[in-house]
Design a protein around this ligand. Structure first.
Ligand SMILES: [Zn+2]
Length: 78
């Protein structure tokens, strides 16, 4: 495959190219909406946080983290 080859000879997927392009443009990496933090808009920042929590089986919550201040209405019951 030639379309996914990058300058160092490695390969990135089409989805990864979209993510990098959106990030460079200041958009959410998952959808073309302006991002509120480095990578995601508020909804997807919360989703990414919860995915990581589920994967790592964390018990505590870092309530001072920025993603908790994005949306008060969307917080889980603690
Ligand atoms: Zn998004």
């Amino acid at each position: 495959m030639t379309s996914g080859v990058v300058s160092n000879g490695g390969y990135i997927s089409r989805a990864r190219r979209y993510q990098l392009r959106y990030k460079q443009a200041g958009l959410c990496m998952l959808c073309p909406v302006p991002a509120v933090n480095k990578n995601y808009r508020a909804k997807h920042a919360v989703a990414a946080r919860e995915q990581q929590r589920a994967r790592m089986k964390f018990k505590r919550r870092n309530l001072g983290a920025a993603s908790y201040s994005f949306s008060r209405t969307n917080t889980c019951a603690i």
